[in-house]
Design a protein around this ligand. Sequence first.
Ligand code: HOZ
Length: 426
Amino acid sequence: MSSRSARMLERALAVIPGGVNSPVRAFKAVGGSPPFIARGEGPEVVDEDGHRYLDLVGSWGALLLGHANQAVLGATMAAAARGSSFGAPTEAEVVLAEAIVERVPSIEKVRLCSSGTEATMHAIRLARGYTGRDKIIKLDGCYHGAHDAVLVQAGSGVATFAIPGSPGVPEAVAANTLVAPFNDLDAIEDLLEQHGDEVAALILEPITGNMGCIPPAEGYLQGLRDLCTSHGVVLIFDEVMTGFRVHRGCAQALYGVTPDLTTLGKIVGGGYPLAAFGGKAEIMNHLAPLGPVYQAGTLSGNPVAVAAGLATLNLLDDAVYERLERLGRALEKALQPSLNYHGCSMHRVGSMFTIYFCPESPKNFDDVKRSDLDAFSRFFLAALNTGVYLPPSQFEAAFLSAALSDEQMIRVIDGVEAAVVAAHVY
Ligand code: HOZ
């Protein structure tokens, strides 16, 4: 008899394109079919057939504190009981904005919206409106959501399904997006020399998550900062994944580099639909109603999502980050011998990491594309069989949650190590 998940997928395929509401959820790149999730409990998810998995997807990084954290749950239930949406200002939005500004000094003013896609779309429009320029630079393999300007040589699902550029994105829009490799300062210098006075913004993930986790080379982010300053280009750090994940002050605090604008999502919403973009007041003041750059949203600053975000940020103290670093280091140390033996590599920054099925640690998208994707599939399915739920693509980062107990962490390590071995048995 087929499983409940399989039956649900069958029903879903009839009424939802591909059976999923976001392409990366389908297991197309790894084979098999996705378990339908019935509930989450701390660091675990339980599927509709009762299988329990240690969850290293964590809603694609949003759930730093695990599923249904008691404080977050309490805050959202209390907020929902007061009303689900007003389309009018509330005090809690101000408190969350203050909490963001206090933690991320480059953000002097911030605007809340509902998704990472919206945050990057608005930040790019704002940079264009502020500079009066049309072109942007994005980096090969970085992913900034599913809007036209950034669906050019993107990572995440676009890379997973090897979509070179999406039909439906007008050529004229794509032509305004210039692309350079990650971790290559010379390429940016060349682009800016040719197009410097036409470029509004350079947007990047300071640590990539959407071609797997790749940290910036030493001096790279500062080099970008200097180049953007000298060409009058707005530097946008897309910290939708890294924001509050790798440091209380985001990746920019970890590397000591100050962007002009920052986009946030995932953790800032505590697992609810909330995102944000913010930065220098001088730039942010160009937004309507203060300035002419238009941006809006009925559910922006939604009270339930704001309550979840605020409760989450309030729990993220030094002890949480120290613990996450300790868990990440333990994983890396334990896996190293197997990875070396099997010719794999791993990048990790704090609690985000990717195991690559190529012997040399990738430094950019071209390197990741050389990974053995069949070996990745075997690795992924073997991990799932041992009860460890990883992102179903080589072009994604995995995330540890602070809710993992030491005993559960040992099971994560054992499961992932067994899967590395299994990936090489065929
Ligand atoms: N940034 C996430 C994956 N890389 C988004 C999840 C999705 O596309 O559904």
